[in-house]
Ligand binder design. Structure first.
Ligand SMILES: Cc1ncc(C[n+]2csc(CCOP(=O)(O)OP(=O)(O)O)c2C)c(N)n1
Ligand SMILES: [Mg+2]
Length: 560
């Protein structure tokens, strides 16, 4: 038991979690925690906006599946952090946010910058608390990490008031595994048996894999079960890559593969919510009326929420898939018939090839299709992609391929909150310095946090931003255009100044910047961006003429 200050105890608890990097925008109220972190070898990435600190911590959580830690100034700093906590909450990303607060003896006295932080973040954190005594700091930090990492992961907030940080306290040594479960819920054995029997007896099975497979590290088990049952696998956006998209059982993104999902007589949904993108589980264009559904999730509240299920299993994806495999093997339950899987894979490839024709065009302005295919062809097998934007996301998902879990990170999802791309890209590049990290961003989305290029330059984080620049809030423009058939109405509040030069903006901050207007120049520009060794922006001017699938779908809904 060593004598420490509250601030030192907080920093030691972070170090005990093997946290190598934290994200911050500091004020005097958290500097002593940062000092102790730096003295203990933790890398501090100081950004230009608190939202970016939170988004980067979220990005770190998503890319590494370990806690993403951010420290921000109390009061107004924390107010700026809020959007990133909401985003992390929806993504189930383990963000540990730490801030300060006015001294305890100034509570309820209108102290400078004092706000009711716990009340503000409560609906969008798994846990939020104010620690009122230095002797409790270690215990509260332990709780913060425990809540963030246990069960369905998510963000937490801990306030450590200034006077609590300066008080002396005793601190116990921490071993993370000693205060949280080492594995998730395993699911009921009888339900697992029924699920396997249903899958093995199916004529046209489909597995629908979501982010839960990624978070629990269950890709190996997913692929093994699919192979044993000869079952095609569709992926929800945040589960892409858990089965490599080149695998002959992958049918890619579930939204694009809905015509194949509709043919299923048995569907095993694992780690995915039946949300809007999955037609709430009942959309007749995506689901047969009599499809039998097995739903596996670590969060029991999503099972049966939007549609009835035949077997509901409350469990962690890896635990449940492992038990399903064990039971299937010991009971000799498998499927031999590959005809359905072959038929849908062929259909999936045909759809993809259809889009490939579009991507061969030399048209000026550049077709977004062509841009995405050029990026795919240029990238290395281990490159990472962060995607941000409206139509830009829709075009990216047609052409990019995830061959490994976590290779494509949807910065805006599932909340749909634009602008997190660059902070997430920074975090991914810090986590994987040996890989090329591409942020593919809409021009509108880039503007939200584009100033973080300054952070990237200052801290030498060479993330490559490719802006799919249609000089518009494209998704909003297109949706309105389809609905009203009026260019004039579609342009209202959606057009971005075409004279703005994002390449020059990047250069002014010390980054590499290029503008590209012809398709043949895309790959050479990407190569120069990588070779520069600097953070880079490749501003690719694309045509606004083409409507993405997403804009067509949104235009067909009353709320779109
Ligand atoms: C923070 C936030 N503000 C507004 C929106 C609404 N919105 C959805 S798509 C979109 C347009 C995005 O434009 P851009 O990033 O340029 O991508 P594009 O659609 O042009 O490819 C907007 C404004 C949102 N989802 N998130
Ligand atoms: Mg745009």
């Amino acid at each position: 038991m060593a004598e420490l200050t509250g601030a030192q105890a907080a920093a030691r608890a972070i170090v005990a979690e093997n946290v190598s990097t934290v994200f911050t925008l500091a004020d005097g109220s958290i500097l002593s925690i940062l000092d102790e972190l730096i003295d203990n070898g933790v890398r501090v990435i100081d950004v230009r906006h608190e939202q970016a600190a939170g988004n980067a911590a979220d990005g770190w959580g998503r890319a590494t599946r370990t806690p993403g830690v951010c420290l921000v100034a109390m009061g107004p700093g924390l107010v700026n952090l809020l959007p990133s906590l909401v985003q992390a909450y929806h993504a189930g990303s383990p963000v540990v946010a730490i801030t300060s607060a006015a001294p305890i003896n100034m509570c309820e006295m209108d102290a400078f910058e004092d706000i009711d932080a716990v009340k503000m973040v409560e609906p969008y954190t798994k846990w939020a608390a104010r620690c009122r005594s230095a002797n409790q700091v270690t215990r509260y930090m332990r709780m913060a990490f425990s809540y963030a990492m246990s069960g369905k992961k998510g963000p937490v907030l801990l306030e450590i008031p200034k006077d609590v940080q300066t008080c002396e306290c005793s601190s116990a040594k921490l071993t993370p595994t000693s205060f949280r479960p080492s594995s998730g819920p395993t699911g009921s054995h009888s339900a697992i048996q029924r699920a396997v029997e249903l899958l093995a007896s199916a004529e046209r099975p489909v597995i629908l894999a979501g982010s839960g497979v990624y978070w629990s590290g269950a890709s190996k088990e997913l692929v093994e079960l699919a192979e044993l049952m000869k079952s095609p696998v569709a992926s929800e956006f945040h589960g892409l890559g858990c089965i490599p998209q080149s695998h002959n059982l992958s049918i890619g993104n579930a939204v694009m593969s809905s015509i194949f999902l509709r043919q299923a007589d048995v569907m095993v949904t694992v780690g995915a919510r039946f949300d809007n993108f999955l037609g709430f589980g009942t959309d007749p264009n995506t689901y047969a009326e009599d499809v039998k559904v097995v739903h596996i999730d670590i969060d029991p509240s999503v099972i049966g929420k939007n549609r009835p299920v035949n077997v509901g299993i409350h469990g962690d994806a890896k635990e449940v898939l492992t038990s399903m495999l064990d039971y299937a093997k010991t009971s000799n339950l498998s499927r031999k018939d590959t005809s359905f899987a072959e038929q849908v894979r062929a259909g999936y490839e045909m759809i993809s090839e259809g889009f490939d024709e579009e991507a061969e065009s030399d048209e000026v302005p550049i077709k977004p299709h062509r841009l995405m295919r050029e990026i795919r062809e240029f990238a290395k097998p281990n490159s990472m992609f962060v995607i941000d934007g409206g139509d830009t996301t829709a075009w990216s998902l047609i052409y990019l391929r995830a061959e490994m879990p976590g290779q494509i990170i949807g910065a805006q999802g599932p909340l749909g909150h634009l602008g997190a791309g660059l902070p997430i890209g920074l975090a991914v590049k810090v986590a994987y310095p040996e890989r090329d990290v591409f942020l593919i961003s809409g021009d509108g989305s880039f503007f939200f946090n584009g100033v973080e290029l300054e952070t990237a330059v200052r801290l030498e984080i060479p993330v490559i931003t490719v802006v799919c620049n249609d000089m518009a809030w494209g998704l909003v423009y297109h949706t309105r255009k389809i609905k009203t058939e009026s260019e004039e109405l579609a342009r209202r509040a959606t057009i971005i100044n075409e004279h703005v030069r994002l390449d020059l903006f990047a250069q002014s901050l010390g980054a590499h910047g290029e503008m590209v207007t012809k398709a043949e120049d895309i790959k050479p520009a990407l190569k120069r961006a990588i070779d520069s060794g600097k953070p880079a922006v490749v501003d690719v001017r694309v045509s606004r003429e083409y409507e993405s699938l997403l804009s067509q779908v949104l235009a067909a809904t009353p709320e779109g």
